[in-house]
Each structure stands twice: as C-alpha cells, then as structure tokens.
Design a protein around this ligand. Structure first.
Ligand code: GBH
Length: 517
C-alpha cells in the first residue's frame, strides 16, 4: 500500500514538474491572441471511430469484427487486458455524444461505420436492419442540431469472415469493399456529403499485417504488409470511381482516403545521411500511398519501387515483394481523392540504419533502412510513441503541399490530430498541444500558403485505444469506464478547443495553468 502510493505520489510530482516546464516553455513562445485567424468557412470538427466507442459488440444483429474475435481469443493482447465489448457504450449513448459536440459549439463530426454492424458477414447479401437503422438515426440526429457527419467507411474493424479469407491481402477484397460501399452510399448518400474510404492504411498494414502491434497481427513483414498496401489502394480507387459514376452526379458528395504520417526530422540536421534518412522515411511510409493518388505521374514512387525491388532480389526473391499496378489501375488511382485527408500526431528523429535488432527480415522497416528515435527533450505526455513537436506539423503540411501540385486545386483537411495523457480533466498539456499545433497550422496557411480547409480533433472522448486498451486517453471529454453510465465530463481542453472554434483565433491565455475544473 505504502509503496504504491509512494509511486503514485512520485508520478504526480513528475507530471507536475514536466507540466510546469512545458507550460513555461510554451508560454514563453506564445501568449496573447494569435495574430492570424481561421477563415469563416474553415471546418472545425471532432473525430471518433466506431470500434473505439460503440461497444454493443454482439447486439442488433452485428457480426464480429476481427478485433472482437482476436481479443476474445487473446485477452492479454491489450496492455490493460481490456476489450471493446462495451467501450464508451456509444451504441446506446450516442445522444449524449451529440449533446457533447453541441455543447462545445462544434459542427462537424468525423465518425465511422462498423462494416460488420451493417453487413454481419461482410457481404452485401445480408444487411442488418438494426445496423441500418442505427446509423440512419445517428446521422439524422446529428443533422437535426446542425452537426455535419463526415463518415469513414473503414476504420480498422474488418468483418471476421473476410479477415479469415485474408482481409486486405486478398485481391477479392476490392470487390467486397466496393459492394459494402455501394450499400452505404445507397442507404445514406442522400444525407452524407463527405466520405473517407479507409483510415490510415499505413498504420493498419504496417502494424497489423507486417508486425503484431495491431490485429490481425500476422507478422508477414515485407510481404503481407505490401499486399495490404496494394489492395487498400486499389479498393479505395475502386470505390472512388464507383461513387464518381453511380452516386456523385446526384448525391454531390466528396470522397477521400485518410492517410497518416509522422513528421521525420534528421537527428543531426548537419548530417547529409540523417537528412536523406528523413526523406527516405517519408517516401517509404507516406509517399507509398500518396504518390499513386496525388502525384502527376502516378504509381508507387520510383524510389520505393527500386528500393523494394533491389532488396527483394538481394534476398533471393525472383519477384518483387511489392506488387505492380496495371496501367489501368495507375489511371484509376490518380486523382482519386477530392481532398487530402491527413492524420498527424508526432515527429521522430531519423538516422540511416541497414539493420536493427528487432527488425524482421524481410520487413518494411528493413526496406526503409531508417532508425527512428525520440527526441527526449520534447514532452512525452502519455505514450512512448507520442512526443510533442508542433513545428513538425507545419513542416509535414508543407512537404505534402509542395510535393503534389494537385493540391493547389484540392484542399488538405486534417482529419485527426491530438495527444494522449493519463486522463486528468485538468489537461493543461492538451490545451497547449492544441494551441501550439493549431498555431503551426495557421502559419502553414498564412505564411506558407498551404491550402488547408479543415481540422478535426482526435478525439471527442476517451475511448478504446486499440492495443493500448483504455490506458491512453485522447479525449476532449473524460469517460468514466468504471461507471455503468460511462459518464462523460468535459476536460479543460474541451473548453479551449471550443473557444478556438468560436473565435477563429488562438488565445494562448484563455486557460491559465493554475485553473482547476
Ligand atoms: C490514429 O492512429 C487512429 O486513426 C486512431 O484510431 C487512434 O485512436 C489514434 O490515432 C491514436 O493512436 O507502434 O506499437 O507503438 C495513429 C497511429 C496508433 C500510431 C498507435 C502509434 C502505436 C503502436 N498510432 N501506434 S506502436
């Protein structure tokens, strides 16, 4: 008892100290109200994902997703041995969620449809009536209070029967995803005008197919992960073209793919090798997705193609581990996004490395050849992968804007940005995170001319954070996961984010460090 409260006290002290240090650092740079403002038509939203909040895993005729099946079979998979059977119970409490969004004056909500809740077997011959009704009601209730839903078709909860057939590594998934999307557009396209197809294929393929940090945890490094890359891209293109032909002419919506990227800074900015490593990382992990869609030439970047072909051949493969697109597929992919939907959280430092102890051979990591490190002088408020480095956000947006001339015509929309901590409602660090990241976004827009039209905070409320279970808290609202009601309480950051959306400016002094809820 005594021991553990000592630990708790130490941690509290540490947290307070680092908080004070961070507060003074960031106040030193920014105080008062930002001179730049967000235009009136700039979109401010909040984001969530079905599996992370809905719960009701076996209710209303829902089929299992691969996460349900996998965690039930491997209860120790998540760090806190939790699962998402109930999560924030949003399946039953979505009216509370809507009330929360309304209470902070936000009028865009990015959320996802659970594929197996709508199509219990993943296929279009069996549509769940309850599932169908649930999303209709949810979308209509949002619209009633002037909140525009932005809907993601796939945020990682693959129907188990389709995962059993290989999920995104199975070429037939392109057809099945198209069938699912067509059902969705038919059901909801009359009221939903902003869609994203697939959330963060990079995280999903790299961690889920190439490693075991995400379900399906296949560990097919350098093979299964690239199959996933290939068929998520083709599935996206298929759905984009289908929507364009069958629905867009009268539904008039917009549709994009959601890509994520860390920013990569050279560990030593004076070392040409470190500088090259940062660019290699961005090519191998972001451009592998963005180049086929947003570049003028299309296809995988030649750097990525050559790198993977060469290493494949050195390893004795007669065939490259990275599949090839046909000319027709290259064309279908090019320009297949009405906006650049970007998720961003953090920055890593890069140095070149041909081999790390924990890299599989073959693997995406080994093909990339870059060692990723944390800058320990940046705050790390909650997870070992998330350090706070606001300028990385501006650099990433610039990198994207400058690499793809198409982005002069179509905007970038930030569909996720946020940070995790231990869940305190007095989340002064999150207040600073949003202030500082949004300030860098203002600089990217006003000083660098980047074409950014919207921003969604990740996330509305604490949720099931995949392998981190409920241990990592990202919410603007705290959720009490011990109460049957899953009580939701606003954190300081909910107030300060609301103030930014309302005033269109950042008031760095709006929430004082000594303020307590
Ligand atoms: C996003 O992923 C997701 O879209 C969202 O669902 C998620 O809740 C949110 O961010 C917060 O994580 O390599 O083992 O350390 C961002 C990707 C997912 C990257 C977790 C870091 C840590 C896994 N992040 N990942 S590990």
């Amino acid at each position: 008892m005594r021991g553990s409260s000592g630990v708790a006290l130490n941690r509290a002290l540490l947290v307070t100290l680092s908080l004070l240090q961070y507060a003074s650092e960031s106040l030193g740079v920014n105080s008062g109200v930002s001179n730049y403002s967000f235009p009136d038509d700039f979109i401010f939203g909040v984001a969530s994902a079905a599996y992370q909040i809905e719960g009701a895993w076996n209710e209303g005729g829902k089929g299992e997703s691969m996460w349900d099946t996998y965690i039930h079979k491997h209860p120790n998979y998540t760090v806190d041995r939790s699962n998402a059977d109930v999560a924030a119970d949003s399946y039953h409490r979505f009216m509370d969620d809507i009330e929360m969004i309304k209470s902070i004056g936000i009028n865009y909500y990015r959320l996802s449809i659970s594929w197996p809740r709508l199509l219990p077997n993943g296929m279009d011959n069996n549509i769940s009536q309850e599932g169908k009704k649930y999303y209709r009601t949810l979308f209509e209730e949002l619209l009633k209070v002037n909140i525009t839903p932005v809907v993601t078709l796939f945020h990682w909860d693959m129907p188990t029967p389709l995962m059993d057939l290989g999920g995104w590594a199975n070429p037939k998934i392109v057809d099945y995803f198209e069938d699912y999307a067509r059902v969705v557009f038919n059901l909801y396209g009359d009221i939903i005008k902003m869609w994203t197809t697939i959330n963060e294929p990079h995280q999903h393929c790299y961690n889920g197919y190439g490693r075991d940090h995400f379900v399906p945890a296949i560990m097919s490094g350098g093979v299964g992960d690239y199959l996933c890359v290939h068929y998520t891209l083709l599935s996206h293109a298929r759905v984009y073209r289908m929507y364009e032909k069958e629905f867009k002419p009268y539904q008039k919506g917009q549709i994009a793919i959601t890509l994520d990227a860390f920013w990569a800074d050279p560990k030593d900015p004076n070392s040409p090798e470190d500088v090259a490593a940062a660019e290699d990382y961005l090519q191998m992990h972001l451009a592998i997705f963005s180049h086929p869609i947003f570049s003028d030439v299309g296809d995988y970047p030649s750097f990525v193609r050559e790198r993977i072909n060469n290493i494949s051949s050195q390893q004795g493969f007669l065939r490259s581990r990275l599949p090839y697109f046909t000319d027709e597929e290259i064309k279908a992919l090019q320009g297949s996004s009405d906006f650049f939907s970007l998720n961003h959280y953090t920055t890593f430092l890069t140095t070149p490395s041909s081999m790390e102890a924990d890299w599989l051979v073959p693997s995406w990591d080994q093909d990339t050849g870059v060692r990723m490190e944390q800058n320990l002088s940046w705050p790390m408020p909650g997870a070992d992968w998330l350090t706070v480095n606001p300028p990385g956000f501006r650099k990433l947006i610039n990198w994207i804007q400058n690499n793809y001339s198409m982005l002069k015509e179509i905007p970038i929309i930030i569909t996720e940005n946020g940070m995790c901590d231990w869940g305190q409602t007095n989340d002064y660090e999150r207040v600073n995170y949003y202030n500082d990241y949004l300030y860098q976004l203002l600089l990217a827009m006003h000083e660098d001319g980047c074409n950014v039209k919207g921003y969604f905070s990740w996330t509305l409320m604490d949720d099931f954070e995949w392998i981190d279970g409920y241990s990592a808290k990202f919410g603007l609202f705290k959720v009490d996961f011990d109460s049957p009601e899953r009580t939701r309480i606003p954190k300081l950051s909910a107030h300060s984010y609301a103030n930014i959306a309302r005033t269109r400016r950042i008031d760095f002094d709006y929430i004082k460090p000594d303020l307590r809820l």
